[in-house]
Design a protein around this ligand. Structure first.
Ligand SMILES: [Zn+2]
Length: 123
């Protein structure tokens, strides 16, 4: 069976789907045109977020969301991984965390899982 062939366009579409759905639609997240999407080959993690607020001088002003093609092998996993990284984006935009799964992150994750039907144990 063919592997899900992830492309940046697929990541962008997953992002936009979530961005217009609750609770993300109330978070004022940047449009997909203002986020960088990258497919990576990591075998040790599903996704990665790098916030624009952490960047060194001279870099562009976009946050980056990367999804691992080696780990994310289904559409439901793609959506769930994107949903996870988008909480990091939200926390970076609001200055409430820098990539950590703090209590605020876990609270938001619980809400996202309840609304979207993700498994909180693996999210
Ligand atoms: Zn995380």
């Amino acid at each position: 069976m063919a592997r899900l062939p992830l492309t940046p366009e697929m990541l962008e579409s997953a992002y936009e789907y979530l961005r217009v759905s609750p609770p993300y639609c109330g978070w004022n997240l940047p449009h997909a045109d203002h986020v960088m999407f990258r497919v990576m080959g990591a075998k040790d993690r599903f996704g990665h977020f790098r916030g624009r607020h952490r960047r060194a001088r001279g870099d562009d002003d976009f946050s980056e969301i990367a999804i691992s093609a080696g780990m994310v092998s289904s559409s439901d996993l793609l959506i769930a991984t994107m949903a996870h990284e988008m909480i990091h984006l939200y926390q970076d935009e609001t200055g409430t965390a820098r990539g950590h799964h703090n209590p605020k992150f876990r609270k938001l994750a619980k809400r996202v899982c309840a609304i979207h039907g993700f498994d909180p144990e693996t999210f």
